[in-house]
Design a protein. Structure first.
Length: 507
């Protein structure tokens, strides 16, 4: 058959020392069976098959289903023969159910056909529901349809697919042999739906904004670059939908949201994937205090709708998502954890010296501003300790180019981030709606870009133009769907909640 493609080789996931050439032999046998089917007039890849019931419904409702005729379909996950009768388990999207097939019931030809089927083949069956002497709900098969021949062997049923990299690369196999993985993505879907239910009930309008942009804005991040051939334009995949959503506030929409895909050309870790999902909303005539109240209510409501409780277990730690979360200014949090009082440290030079004297091991750049250093101390000394839901408020203006300045301290902004289990979950502002201040902030970001900061914001003249028409005061909020789902499903890595995470190709 030629050399095997190592990227799709499952031999490493099949315990018992199965060699690559042995796997090729197994695949060859399956292809021979496929050819034999066709020679005998059977089509190994069937057409439409209408089902009446799912495995889970039959199992959960046996009392009313006993002796009733059912039609269902699924993948063969186990199979054992006893002469003229066989038991097997088939698995559909809802779970596994046992089937019982006898030569006397289906005829010798159909029984012989079934006896040659492999684990992984997809079949349709019809028959009546009963319980075996061992008490297992079973379907007594009266007829069988071949729907799809599996040409690759699945990992052994009692071991499953344990190679983590292979699970991410071949999620389709992961979902077949590790049923608990499917539940993670069911919860993810329910979480997104719960956000929509909550926001729609609050009078927010769901909208869609461009994913390819002339100027990437709304966050400080390195973008992905693409090109439009017909227009001969360099375009950027969006890093955030913020500036387009706020243009809608200018246009007269008061409450808008988008559940969106963002793309940031950054590293990959257990907390970061270059392509990720955000829920971002904007509420006219509100501020960041309103956003804190809304965030508490929304996340606790989502948890209740999806899990039935605001108490969750994450990595052995109980997290309480019920409202009443801690709210603490960044300056205060840093002072408590590091001993550094940035309210009396006034310049970048003083901040450099204070960090060095305190013996805090940070990588500081000579170009770092007072706000940059404050944020780095926070990241190192405070963020990992924030286990229960905590709002960190009042971020430095240098790292918050789109947030309104605080009236009592123009070095800070009306901005907060939400942290749970040492991870940022949400980011929100009282939105900057002063076009003159906004343009000046963009100009400082442009200077940082010229100095080599690829994540700094670009100048967006059209957005400034929109602000000059007048944008109402507003609160804005972004919540990372992936990280929230990690919490709700007790999963450690962001790749475990993304169906097809980005992976470096294997040679």
């Amino acid at each position: 058959m030629g050399q095997k493609n190592k990227e799709t080789d499952l031999s490493a996931a099949i315990p018992g020392g199965v060699k690559e050439e042995d796997l090729n032999d197994l695949m060859q046998i399956r292809r021979e069976k496929l050819n034999e089917m066709r020679q005998k007039g059977y089509e190994p890849y069937g057409n439409r098959f209408e089902r009446t019931h799912s495995a889970r419904f039959i199992l959960d409702n046996y009392g009313e289903m006993e002796y009733k005729h059912v039609i269902l379909a699924g993948r063969i996950m186990s199979k054992r023969g006893m002469g003229k009768a066989s038991f097997a388990h088939i698995q559909d999207s809802t779970g596994k159910i046992q089937i019982y097939i006898r030569s006397n019931d289906v005829g010798p030809e159909t029984y012989e056909f079934f006896s040659k089927l492999d684990i992984g083949d997809i079949i349709g069956v019809h028959g009546s529901v009963f319980k075996t002497r061992m008490g297992e709900v079973t379907v007594a098969v009266e007829g069988l349809n071949m729907l799809a021949k599996s040409l690759r062997p699945l990992p052994e049923k009692w071991h499953g697919l344990k190679d983590v990299e292979l699970r991410y690369r071949q999620r389709y196999v992961d979902l077949i042999v590790n049923p608990e993985v499917k539940e993670v993505f069911v919860i993810r879907s329910k979480t997104v739906r719960a956000f929509r239910n909550f926001l729609d009930a609050k009078g927010f309008l769901e909208v869609e904004t461009p994913m390819m942009q002339l100027i990437p804005g709304g966050a400080t991040a390195k973008p992905f670059i693409t090109h439009h051939n017909t227009l001969d334009l360099k375009l950027f995949m969006r890093i955030a939908p913020e500036l387009h959503l706020k243009r809608l506030l200018v246009g007269g929409f008061d409450n808008v949201y988008e559940i969106n895909r963002n793309f940031r050309n950054e590293g990959i870790s257990t907390k970061h994937n270059p392509e990720f999902t955000m829920m971002e909303l904007y509420q006219a005539y509100a501020d960041y205090n309103d956003m804190m109240d809304l965030t508490e209510e929304m996340i606790s409501s989502v948890a209740c709708e999806v899990l039935g409780s605001t108490l969750i277990d994450y990595q052995g730690t109980e997290i309480d998502l019920s409202p009443g979360w801690t709210r603490i200014p960044m300056l205060e949090a840093v002072k408590v954890r590091s001993g550094l009082d940035f309210s009396v440290i006034k310049t970048a030079g003083e901040a450099h010296s204070a960090v060095k004297q305190a013996g805090i091991n940070l990588e500081l750049d000579p170009a770092d501003t007072w706000g940059d250093i404050l944020n780095k101390v926070f990241d190192e000394m405070v963020e990992p300790k924030l286990i229960q839901p905590t709002f960190i408020m009042d971020y430095p203006v240098e790292i918050s180019p789109l947030a309104k300045r605080k009236a009592d301290n123009p070095d800070l902004t009306y901005r907060f981030e939400l942290f749970i289990y040492g991870r940022e979950i949400a980011n929100a502002f009282s939105e900057l709606n002063d076009p003159i201040d906004q343009k000046a902030r963009f100009a400082k970001q442009v200077e940082k870009r010229k100095a080599g900061d690829e994540e700094a914001h670009m100048m967006d003249e059209d957005y400034i133009n929109a602000l000059e028409y007048g944008m109402p005061p507003a609160g804005g909020l972004g919540i990372g769907i992936d990280r929230l789902v990690m919490l709700l499903t007790n999963t450690y890595s962001i790749r475990d909640v993304i169906l097809f995470p980005l992976m470096k190709p294997r040679d």
